[in-house]
Design a protein around this ligand. Structure first.
Ligand code: NAP
Ligand code: HSE
Length: 431
């Protein structure tokens, strides 16, 4: 039986998980893949560090460059995180004809065009199932299983850490910092958890999914990304009162004019929508294709074993590609789309929470500004306060273009009866 030589760059949460699960299911993998997936090298940053899972003896190296130089390494698995060094490693691995597996969404979202152009030129596959939604096989599904479809839309919860935080805040009343610390301890968060909470980890994944679905690399600088940092327990309570749950939602839509909408924003998801019940570290991706109709993927979106499952799936594909090369290198560009819809033009309903003076005429002034902008209000909540105090005013807004909504909000903020930072969140329309 043939051995496939693997070099692991990174032996943290995911890298160690890949090693442990390759060991655990070695016999099964041999049967299924028809070869032995053998770890030949493991590169880490700090060889002297004490680890829960020790680097296996005889394969440790202090720099990823050794993976490139070792002829026994046929597949380079990049699980280091970061951008510049992984980029260098992956490009050089491709140049040397080594198959690449990576879980690095930040890198692919920023440099996917460059990496896949080189992969195609050199005819070297790059696999990246772990880059989107942890253990859910969404990349393979979009790339292969749904090849017959135009993608009409995708709605996705694709950051386990932020979904975990939102769930713990809503259901157990935890504060933001404690919930984040729990997600970090569980191995869900990025090395820099800012990316999880500011929406960009989900943003990177949405960019990869949209790029794959629509056949062009979506420019990250034009994608609207907002995080969960400003969501308050009050917003969660108001949302619940109105029949919604607050989620960090990736929205990908094929628009009628041929452009593509891509965004990640905190959104109020109707309780009747199955995505509202996705809790904790779980992710879910609802795909609508013109042939398949609706399909829903659900599973753990982060953590050691689920992510290792995706990486090992890619290793099996790499092993097959080594034995029977084929003309598919991980990303297939096509010319049917090519333009991102500017976020100002995107239309949706909104939730708006304002801190206002509790006195006659305030609601009328705010409604007046919205009316002038041709923006309609669908419902209002104003919890009772003692007269003369400040009050929270929550408005549910009918479909409006985001740019027009933001201009109206700027006018509303300038009113002398409006105080505090307003909260404006997209609302996912009921089906
Ligand atoms: P991690 O626990 O921080 O592990 C990173 C590993 O890379 C460590 O072993 C570290 O070495 C090594 N490393 C970092 N820089 C290096 C360098 N310059 N040279 C050699 N080794 C280096 O990270 P992780 O959670 O496993 O995530 C790894 C990648 O998978 C990231 O791209 C992440 O976005 C992605 N991912 C993670 C998850 C998840 O649930 N954690 C899920 C999907 C995708 P030391 O051990 O010596 O520090
Ligand atoms: N930090 C990421 C998350 C890991 O929480 O979803 C999985 O990509």
């Amino acid at each position: 039986m043939r051995d496939i030589g693997i070099g692991l760059a990174g032996f943290g949460t995911v890298g160690a998980g890949v090693y442990l699960n390759l060991e655990k299911n070695r016999a099964l993998l041999r049967e299924r893949v028809g070869c032995d997936l053998a770890v030949r090298r493991v590169a880490v940053r700090d060889l002297s560090r004490q680890r829960a899972v020790p680097v296996p003896s005889g394969v440790a190296c202090g720099t990823w460059r050794e993976l490139l130089d070792d002829p026994a390494v046929e597949v380079v698995v990049e699980l280091m995180g970061g951008i510049e060094e992984p980029r260098e490693l992956i490009l050089e691995a491709i140049r040397r004809g080594k198959i690449v597996v990576t879980g690095n969404k930040a890198l692919l979202a920023e440099h996917g065009a460059e990496i896949f152009a080189l992969a195609t030129e050199k005819r070297v596959p790059v696999f990246y199932e772990a880059a989107v939604a942890g253990g859910i096989p969404i990349i393979k599904s979009v790339r292969e299983a749904f090849v017959a479809n135009h993608f009409l839309r995708v709605r996705a919860i694709i950051n386990g850490t932020s979904n975990y935080i939102l769930t713990r805040m809503a259901e157990s009343g935890l504060d933001f910092a404690t919930a984040l610390a729990e997600a970090q301890a569980a191995g869900y968060a990025e090395a820099d958890p800012t990316l999880d909470v500011n929406g960009w980890d989900a943003g990177h994944k949405a960019i990869i999914l949209a790029s794959l679905a629509y056949g062009f690399w979506v420019p990250s600088k034009d994608v609207l990304v907002e995080g969960i940092e400003k969501i308050t327990p009050a917003d969660m309570r108001f949302a619940a009162q109105l029949g919604y749950t607050v989620k960090l939602l990736a929205v990908i839509d094929a628009c009628a004019d041929g452009s593509v909408e891509v965004s990640v924003q905190p959104s109020l998801v109707p309780d009747s929508n199955i995505l509202s019940s996705v809790r904790g570290v779980f992710n879910a991706i609802a795909v609508r294709g013109d042939v398949v109709g609706d399909a829903l993927f659900y599973g753990r979106g982060a953590g050691q074993d689920p992510t290792a499952s995706s990486v090992i799936g890619d290793l099996a594909d790499a092993a097959l590609a080594l034995q029977a090369p084929r003309e598919s290198y991980g990303f297939i560009p096509h010319g049917l789309y090519g333009r991102l819809r500017p976020s100002d033009e995107v239309v949706s309903p909104f939730y708006l929470r304002l801190g206002v003076d509790d006195r006659p005429g305030v609601l009328a002034r705010i409604a007046g500004v919205l009316g002038e902008a041709d923006i309609g209000i669908s419902s209002v909540i104003q919890p009772e306060t003692d007269e003369g105090q400040q009050a929270a005013l929550v408005l549910m807004i009918h479909d409006a273009p985001r740019g027009r909504m933001l201009s109206a909000l700027a006018e509303i903020r300038a009113l002398d009866c409006v105080h505090d930072e307003p909260a404006l969140y997209r609302v996912e329309a009921a089906e």
